[in-house]
Design a protein around this ligand. Structure first.
Ligand SMILES: [Zn+2]
Ligand SMILES: [Zn+2]
Length: 380
């Protein structure tokens, strides 16, 4: 069985599925239509199905070991600006990260795997998960038993930072861990003309924000990577009133638990010290949202070998401070998260993930399918 030949046979079908999902995007935990279509096909092809909300765990084959493949199905609250026949039909929702392509590629793989069930060296488990975008759908899947008995797991993400058709694999840390913080600085409000009678929280917030910038530049070892970004600030309503409070929220990124702890500690210390020096007080909610995505070296070499055997071009993909909830699976089971290049300048497919004009080069989706099939036909 040649996975690439098999995938090529259903290339148009994979594109048609992708377009259908693209026209009907569903946000995290609302993937009713998408999961219904996926489930119907999987049942027809003989998979044993377990539902986890809008998520699907689908098993096929026999064997001592189990290899899992994962696709995410959720879209984003983005208004599509592409002018294509398969443009999103749902206002304000769009598959702007390519999860429509992930679902279609894995569905294609599911079809081929089922047709060659008797040749499988391992049991195969397919995971169609909800809510990757900020919803930690992977955790729900794990709670629902997704990893029980699983020995290895692989996932593919279409990747705008790689030329179309190039497979990007990286050993060890690939995507960052992510955390979020919410800050409240409480001062004392009053008349804008009488600042001496107030404790103005706005300049205090400004000091805090500037001091946050020193966490990465002055506290973190320059050879390590980290991010602290304040993404929202809310304070006051009127031009001549000093408000009582400032609210802000932001995100931080890290690859190691040391960096994570350092950022969390410095955020609190800066808030504490700055508000103390200004007679104000603060509230802080800070939490890790997800761990870094760390690829297992053995699984990476396996994936590299499979991709090369299929004749695909393989490169080492650079690390990114973006995050992925696939990280939760990799905390429990060895595996690899793999990038599939979809950037195609000639076709105008150049806009970044989450952009209203994001698109994928559909002509390479069958390569993702072939890679998934190749992976489960490898003895682990
Ligand atoms: Zn995304
Ligand atoms: Zn994504």
């Amino acid at each position: 069985m040649n996975p690439l030949e098999e995938a090529l046979k259903i290339k148009d079908q994979i594109i048609a599925w992708r377009r259908d999902f693209h026209m009907h995007p569903e946000l995290g935990y609302e993937e009713e239509r998408t999961s219904k279509i996926v489930e119907e096909h999987l049942r027809e092809w003989g998979y044993r199905i377990k539902r986890v909300g809008t998520g699907i765990i689908a098993d096929i084959g026999k064997g001592e070991k189990t290899v899992a493949l994962r696709a995410d199905m959720d879209a984003l609250p983005v208004q599509e600006e592409n002018d294509v026949p398969y443009k999103s039909r749902i206002p304000g929702k769009m598959h702007a990260c390519g999860h429509d392509a992930h679902t279609a590629m894995l569905l294609g793989a599911a079809k081929i795997i089922a047709e060659h069930e008797n040749e499988l060296p391992n049991k195969v488990r397919l995971l169609f998960q909800p809510a990757e975008e900020g919803g930690n759908g992977a955790l729900k899947m794990i709670e629902g038993g997704a990893l029980e008995g699983v020995n290895a797991i692989f996932g593919i993400h279409v990747w705008m930072e790689l030329p179309s058709g190039v497979v990007g694999i990286r050993e060890g840390p690939f995507m960052a861990g992510v955390g979020r913080f919410e800050v409240e600085i409480e001062g004392k409000g009053g008349h804008g003309a009488s600042p001496h009678e107030t404790i103005d929280p706005i300049p205090i917030a400004a000091q805090v924000i500037l001091a946050f910038q020193t966490i990465i530049s002055r506290n973190l070892n320059p050879l390590e990577s980290g991010v602290v970004s304040v993404g929202s600030i809310k304070a006051g309503e009127a031009f001549n009133v000093i408000p009582e409070r400032v609210y802000m929220s932001g995100t931080y990124r890290f690859f190691t638990s040391e960096t994570k702890s350092l950022i969390e500690k410095r955020i609190e210390e800066i808030l504490k010290g700055t508000t103390l020096a200004n007679n104000a007080s603060y509230g802080l909610k800070i939490e890790e949202v997800g761990p870094p995505t760390i690829n297992d070296p053995e699984m990476v070499s396996l994936a590299r070998k499979v991709a090369q055997n299929l004749g695909l071009k393989v490169e080492e993909v650079p690390k990114t401070m973006g995050a992925e909830d696939f990280a939760f699976y990799l905390q429990k089971v060895p595996g690899a998260f793999i990038a599939l290049g979809i950037k195609n300048e000639e076709k105008g497919i150049i806009y970044p993930h989450h952009h209203p004009r994001f698109n994928v080069d559909e002509d390479v989706l069958h390569l993702g399918t072939a890679l998934e099939v190749g992976l489960v036909f490898e003895r682990i």
